[in-house]
Ligand binder design. Structure first.
Ligand code: OOG
Ligand code: NI
Length: 465
């Protein structure tokens, strides 16, 4: 079959994220309210910042600013994870990064399936933060075995979805009809089921061990637990959520508000208590409730180098040692003040961030640089002479402390459980079936390639890694 007749993986991903958005807005009306608020604040922000609007038009992203940037699911078994990898591969989404959340009292480890190339990211940047439950972190052996048995008995993909994945792998792609069916079938895996596959008693035992275990084990599949559009002003959306009748989490995760945004800032509304029913002994249903689904927003900044990330981590730790944000929001103002104060130690202009080796940038020749014939010179000199310009590379990944904050605020306000830190990337990658892409190596390669493209003007041999 000629490859021209295949629908591109980018188009399949775009169709999938649109279908998921429509489904989730219908399932969780509060999410639709959040989307509308984000659109309104984005519009206000653009009206006040014509330069920003121009830049978005120039990069062809204006009409997509309010679209979802990510979602999240939680899987129960290695087999589910391995199959999910194959599903996402068809949509051009590959596992990047390893996140150990055990340190934060959440019994999962995770990766983010996402597009990696520049073109793919600009076509549609949708990614899915995907966690795998770690039953090994549950002390109660009997419960652990029962949970494993329940998970072993469920099937989260439709037969048709599996068949289409196999066909796509064999043929090297899907035609338009196959792609449409694929999106429809795969969507089923992410759907909410208000009828649990366990009894109320079992739910309670799982829930008592950890709320997250109940969320993963009690249902037919890994319902999408949130979607996350991009906002141009996260502080404003956070402030205005209550006016729209939605309850924001206590604080915005990540770095403080800055002139030069770094990494990722995110916040959400608190998960809703939803009515579910549990199978009882007489083959009827017992009514109960479950809390897991919410809506989130994000704002991204420059990707940091290992050195920049170490500084970020250090400053965040310092902040949290001074004020640990309480889930009920009682010390939110003090936390934000401490965050802003301590992060003064992180340079806040692009030149300083770049020269200190804290962030990743792409380099391009200016018009003057393209006309230059004077022989290769040092990067700094070339920038100084206006031959080369630089732009921050946007951070496309996640942050473990922030992710833990998002998890926690959506698992209830009670004290976090403590686990001993036990990252296990080797086991995760074995379960996944491939290794995850190292995010730092990836950003560094993008930066390096942009420097190479300036050869003739800059002496790339002397540019430090
Ligand atoms: C995932 C939480 C992590 C983020 O944006 O950091 C996440 C979850 O709650 O399953 O989505
Ligand atoms: Ni998220």
């Amino acid at each position: 079959m000629a490859t021209e007749s295949f629908t591109s993986s980018d188009d399949i991903r775009a169709a999938f994220s649109a279908a998921m958005s429509a489904m989730y807005r219908e399932e969780v009306p509060a999410y639709g309210t959040l989307m509308a608020l984000v659109a309104q604040v984005n519009e206000e922000t653009l009206a006040g910042q014509p330069a920003l609007r121009e830049r978005l038009v120039a990069t062809d992203t204006l009409d997509r600013i309010c679209e979802e940037r990510h979602g999240a699911i939680r899987l129960g078994t290695p087999e589910e994870l391995a199959m999910m990898r194959r599903v996402f591969a068809i949509m051009g989404m590959f596992p990047v990064g390893y996140y150990d959340l055990s340190t934060a009292g959440v019994p999962v480890h995770s990766t983010a399936f996402r597009p990696v190339g520049k073109e793919s990211l600009s076509r549609n940047p949708f990614r899915v933060f995907t966690s795998l439950l770690r039953l090994d972190l549950i002390n109660d052996e009997a419960l652990r075995n029962e949970a494993a048995a329940i998970l072993a008995g469920r099937k989260i993909f439709t037969d048709r979805a599996v068949a289409l994945v196999e066909k796509a792998e064999q043929d090297g792609g899907l035609d338009a009809d196959g792609a449409a069916q694929f999106v429809k079938e795969v969507l089923e895996t992410f759907r909410w089921h208000n009828q649990a596959i366990v009894s109320a008693d079992m739910y309670k035992r799982l829930h008592d061990a950890h709320r997250l275990i109940a969320d993963v084990v009690s249902f037919k599949g890994p319902h999408i637990n949130h979607l996350t559009p991009r906002t141009l002003d996260i502080d404003k959306v956070q402030d205005r959520m209550p006016e729209e009748g939605i309850a924001p989490k206590a604080v915005v995760e990540g770095p403080p508000t800055r002139k030069c945004p770094i990494l990722l800032r995110q916040t959400s509304f608190k998960a809703l208590q939803e009515s579910v029913s549990f199978r009882n002994d007489t083959n009827g249903w017992d009514v109960g409730s479950h809390t897991a689904r919410f809506g989130e927003i994000e704002q991204r900044g420059v990707a940091l180098t290992p050195k920049g990330r170490a500084l970020y981590d250090q400053l965040l730790n310092e902040t949290r040692a001074r004020v640990r944000p309480a889930a009920d929001g009682s010390n939110a103002v003090a936390y934000e003040a401490a965050l802003a104060d301590i992060f003064k130690k992180f340079p806040d202009d692009w030149g300083s961030i770049r020269r200190a080796g804290l962030g990743y940038f792409t380099y391009t020749l200016t018009e003057k640089g393209r006309a230059y014939t004077g022989g290769e010179i040092e990067l700094e000199a070339a920038i100084g002479q206006g031959l080369v310009q630089f732009d921050p590379i946007v951070y496309e990944d996640f942050l473990p402390v922030s992710a833990a904050g998002i998890f926690q605020s959506n698992l209830g306000d009670d004290a976090a459980q403590e686990f001993v830190a036990s990252p296990n990337q080797i086991v995760f990658e074995r379960d996944l079936g491939v290794s995850v892409l190292d995010e730092f190596a990836h950003y560094s390669a993008i930066e390096r390639a942009s420097l190479e493209a300036c050869s003739g003007v800059i002496d790339t041999a002397v540019v430090a890694e």
